[in-house]
Design a protein. Structure first.
Lengths: 142, 142
DNA sequence: AATTATATTAAAATAGTTCTAAACTGTTGA
DNA sequence: TCAACAGTTTAGAACTATTTTAATATAATT
């Protein structure tokens, strides 16, 4: 199946018709060799740089939300004032570099299984995510 | 040391003068028998209900931020469009109830030590937090 | 008490996100 | 062929959490 066909399938499964703008968004999101993290602002900038297509903010937000709902993207919980999104939809964890404001993936395999002994009656765990904040390691101990 | 004195000390250590408004904020935050989680909007509502003091949003934000900087409050990373704050400043983890939008503490002791095998050169880990999303456990498997 | 530094406040500004409503596009079937 | 329709894009308005501004008020210092 060609890339273009994959995008169209992803869009269809998300309940969206494959329009020019949406396919362009797919190219940026799903054509990358590696998964990556992005903010909406960054995504718009990439689209503007790569294409002569103009895509409105509303279309970007709508499409991203449709993909999240369908499971093709993940939203990453950060205390920032803006949302971070992730094209890596496997279960994994994150470093958050507080100096660069950048997320770095941690494979599930790189963290021992997390066993939470506390239980909440009537509730079940749907997901467990670790966020490790990192900063520069300045060994200088003046 | 009386409560009032404790508040004044907390304020002074945060670099703030003990004004009527700030002491009131301290009463709400630090007088509770239990620690709790709150949004700014909720905090303002509590103050309005408890006191005949009117406190502006700007003062609430400034004071909360000063306490965070000094370590008397913590900000909790959630993907929501608003920040959650925590009067429990010990190292601990959270359940996030996606139905009630409520945070529930998990003591550090209730989670096995988290060992992250991946290392980032030149960076060190400053904090590790677990967020477990929970939902109702409907056993009904029609 | 006078002086100075800091705080409070209402209101404006900012910024991310969502909504609206009008113009546009592609498809269908008469 | 092309009118009608369903769905899409878009600019801009609206919304909301947070921050900033600048005038007034209060606290600390002398
Ligand atoms: Mn969202
Ligand atoms: Mn903040
Ligand atoms: Zn990731
Ligand atoms: Zn907590």
């Amino acid at each position: 199946m060609s890339y273009a066909e994959q995008y169209i399938e992803k869009l269809r499964k998300s309940g969206l018709r494959p329009t020019k703008q949406r396919v362009k968004i797919c190219e940026v999101l799903f054509d990358a060799e590696k998964t990556f993290h992005f903010t909406i602002k960054e995504l718009v900038k990439i689209i503007e740089n790569q294409a002569n297509i103009k895509v409105s903010l509303a279309t970007v937000y709508n499409t991203v939300h449709a993909f999240i709902k369908r499971g093709y993207l993940k939203e990453i919980p950060l205390n920032a004032s803006q949302s971070y999104y992730d094209t890596n939809v496997t279960h994994h964890h994150h470093f958050f570099d507080e100096e660069d404001n950048k997320l770095i993936d941690i494979d599930q395999d790189d963290v021992d299984e997390i066993n939470i002994r506390k239980k909440i009656p009537g509730k079940k765990i749907r997901s467990v995510e670790v966020i490790a904040k990192i900063v520069s390691d300045n060994q200088s101990q003046k």
